[in-house]
Design a protein around this ligand. Structure first.
Ligand code: FES
Length: 111
């Protein structure tokens, strides 16, 4: 569990919501969908907005500044496929959400 970080109380985030969390000094957007939790890099690759303040529409997260869209399940860039978000594995243990920050998928690669 060395690369895993405890970041949130699972019941504190309901499906359809997201927020920014910190894990080992890295800002990550934690997203709750009906199928569970997902985590992507918090910094938008366009101009650096915090994706945790973005707008969620299903599994699509829209940047709050200029609206670039990303699939939170993979980090794939939907507006700009060449500019994805890094994604990270998540798990829930004893009611806490954990993110594996040590092995996030490289820039939008499929997990
Ligand atoms: S800063 Fe995110 S789309 Fe511009």
């Amino acid at each position: 569990m060395d690369s895993w970080c405890d970041v949130a109380d699972a019941p504190s985030l309901s499906p359809g919501h997201c927020r920014t969390v910190e894990a080992r000094g890295r800002r990550i957007t934690l997203v709750c969908l009906e199928d569970g939790f997902h985590a992507v890099e918090d910094t938008c690759p366009h101009r650096g907005a915090s994706m945790g303040s973005g707008f969620l529409d299903g599994c699509t997260l829209h940047c709050p500044l200029h609206g670039w869209a990303f699939d939170v399940r993979t980090g794939a860039g939907l507006t700009r496929p060449d500019k994805p978000l890094r994604s990270f594995p998540t798990r829930v243990l004893d009611g806490r959400v954990w993110i594996e920050v040590g092995t996030g998928t490289p820039e939008g690669a499929a997990p």
